[in-house]
Design a protein around this ligand. Sequence first.
Ligand code: MEV
Length: 423
Amino acid sequence: MSKVISGFSKLTKEEKIQWLTRNFFNNEDQVHTTIRQYWNSDEALQQLHDDFIENTITNFYMPYGIAPNFIINGKEHVIPMVVEESSVVAAASLVAKFWSTRGGFKTRVISTTKIGQVHFMYEGDKAELQQYFETQKPQLLEATAPITKNMEKRGGGIQSITLVDKTASLPNYYQLHVTFETVDSMGANFINSCLEAMAKQFRKDDIEIVMSILSNYVPDCVVRSEVSCKVADLGGDDPEKFARKFEQAVKIAEIEPYRAVTHNKGIMNGIDAVVLATGNDFRAIEAGAHAYASKSGQYSSLTHCEIKDGIFTFWIEIPLALGTVGGLTALHPMAKLSLDMMGKPSARELMEIMATAGLAQNFAALRALTTKGIQHGHMKMHLMNILNQLGATAQEKENISKQFENQTVSHSAVVEAFHKLRS
Ligand code: MEV
């Protein structure tokens, strides 16, 4: 029997679950129990979550952790992180503490402009189109006036509109390329509404509007975060060697795309966690960050390192189009809590905090990779997970952890050690 269904969205939540379990599971009771286990007992709160998307049947938990000890531009911060990967929060906290005694993180917003485009086709004379654009420009702005009014009061709005000829790449293809300042909102709805209003106004028999949409490529919405100290102050047995190897690791990521992707993935471990905790759009941030990493034509590292005159400097420059008002930031109680925890930051301040979380994460990864290796920390976690599964007591965990300090962790080796200890 076909499982294609019409009018699914109109079913009640209960009916949707019944349809799902009947059609896609054998053990209906077990599935019902699991789904219900994750419902919130506060009905209003559950309803709020149900309404974020369509066809909600339950919630999916992710751990919400906090990383203390961040000093950013002299101010103490605790950073909320939503992430499922073990060791991300621990790494952020450790690195934050490390740099807290070495001047902390210094950050600076470089630019905050966002982009939207009206894509259209035009077969006629280019000079005529240019002329039409020039005469239409005031009307284009006028058409958006009802939308931009409030944004302008907050210091934002449309900054420029240009006509771009893309016919060399695609026959008859032109754009209205529009730059926006959206202040503390991410601005997706604002930008798209402005673009659609412009597209409506930019009508002419020989113009065919294809689409109007913001771009998630925001190379002019960029923030920098940096740490710096004397090489000798980096600590450890051999700080010079550490600094040199660390710099080499960054240089490798600058020129080798295979490494750069993993290097940047580690950065995004930190950034995405804060993006999620603050109810921002992680797909937009990811897309924008990786596009920026390719801006030279070759995918490269988002962080950089320099050792000069005995000073070690490590920094990130990354585009982050964020909001601290509107969208989920206003609706999701945990997103609000996250923002409150960080002192209700402006979008600019949140850019600085997030870039710092990314830089800290990258520092942690490179420090591990160029010294003990990444598996050292991971295996400790792996060992704990296995011991938890086996139901080991605190004493047993301590005992077995000691045994594995200099032994490779594998599932079978841990199980064997556990049974040996118990017998
Ligand atoms: C793992 O999630 C992230 C790392 O692979 C990042 C890196 O290699 O730099 C450790």
